[in-house]
Design a protein around this ligand. Sequence first.
Ligand code: NAD
Length: 494
Amino acid sequence: MSADALISTYFATGTLPDLPRDPFIGGASVPPAKGAYMESFDPGTASAFGSFAAGTAEDVDQAVTSAVAGFALWRDTPPAKRCAILMDCARLLRAEADRLAVVESLDSGKTLAEAYGDINSSARLFEYYAGAADKLDGRSVNLGNDNTAFTSREPVGVTAHIVPWNYPTSTLVRGIAPALAAGCSAVVKPAETTPYTALMIAELLIRAGVPAGVVNVVTGTGVEAGAPLVTDPRVRHVTFTGSVATGVGVMQAVAPNVTGLTLELGGKSPLIAFEDADPEAVAEGAYWAIFSNAGQICSAGSRLVIHRAIHAEVMERLLAKTRALRFGHGLRGSEMGAINSERHLATIAGHVDRARARGVEVLTGGAIAQDPDTGKGWFYQPTILDNLSPQDDAVLKEIFGPVLAVQIFDTEEEALALANGTEFALAAGIYTRDLSRALRMARRVDAGQVTVNNYWAGGIELPFGGNRKSGFGREKGLEGLDAYTRSKAITLSV
Ligand code: NAD
């Protein structure tokens, strides 16, 4: 079915045909052990449109058992064959892009265009790591004449992937694609509000030739399905993407088993604009940095750190763009979609309400909203908070919504102090025409990735990850393979 046909079907019936709902274990859909299901909501209408399994420890146990068997098969699959299969995964993902994108838009609340972008990045991730599958070489080491020695790069084993709801497909694939390239197997726990694309992709992988048991998916809550997965001693690496609070809990939970861990946590990333920057480029950059995916991006540019000399002009341009932004249901051609859940919407509103009560100036937005066409759904107005102090909660706390915090500076030193002034260190954008200053700042700002004069520049080829409370470990790029391989040193006496 084409995307248009799927969208018409959804608006006519309130659901989509053939949505998967059961855990995917050992290459097949298997009813959940306890027989319990949860509802999935369309954030654009606030109505339930499907159900899926509320998996429990029993399902996780079965999935990990299946992944242990899958690992034994997959690790011995020749790298060239793994490469060919992963290329086929990318091909099938592209072939199924319409259905995956419509489901993702509906499930997460993002716009259809954003959902297509996510599916496209996911296909690219499979292609990129397919190309790495047959290049995971070791090295030979000279120990003198009596010994010969070499290293081999081996897969770590069963890996667990705990996925959030904001980019359900690409966050999943940036974990499983390198894991599969390295020869690992996987058990995935999608977020409780966005279960479907993980189940659909697991089924696609079987069609591409990934053996049954290599990728398994258990849906459900963090407590019922996530916790038993990360604490299973047969799991050798956990890739967790989510909030700092849950990440800290996962770090403690995996400690007794000494399980490897990648933590991709929150952010409060600055877009730093100097007085020589082009005001239009800054306004346009800041607009997309905060309002893409309704601000529900870990690396969103949620702070605009701006030189006093261009503050007024940039704000005028940015306000005009923001007031013209069309938000609404993701499948109706809007520019900004919904907030993923009612609970998260209340969290965003609470942040802004408290800021207003403290006397913070709300330049635009600042309220819960509905789809302008239907009067339904979970939306938040695009919001700008101006001239904040470095100690303000709206500067220090991740809001994870379409809310921009503006901070004004006078000197480069001050800009750097403001940029590094939160407990997060995920991304930073620098806008200036002075290349020396750009490089100076890029070196001194604490962040996993820094862009100059284009906030979202980059791609799946570059490593991504945070410092400090934004987490540790890197995904994407060749660095993304490190978590899923370990080096073994082998010596032979001759
Ligand atoms: P969350 O921490 O509430 O949930 C993330 C995942 O953890 C979900 O699948 C959830 O079910 C699971 N979970 C919850 N409790 C668990 C437990 N005890 N054991 C195992 N798993 C458990 O986060 P969220 O609200 O879904 O996502 C938003 C957060 O994710 C934001 O802070 C955002 O910045 C962050 N994020 C970071 C990145 C990154 O790459 N750094 C990317 C996307 C989102």
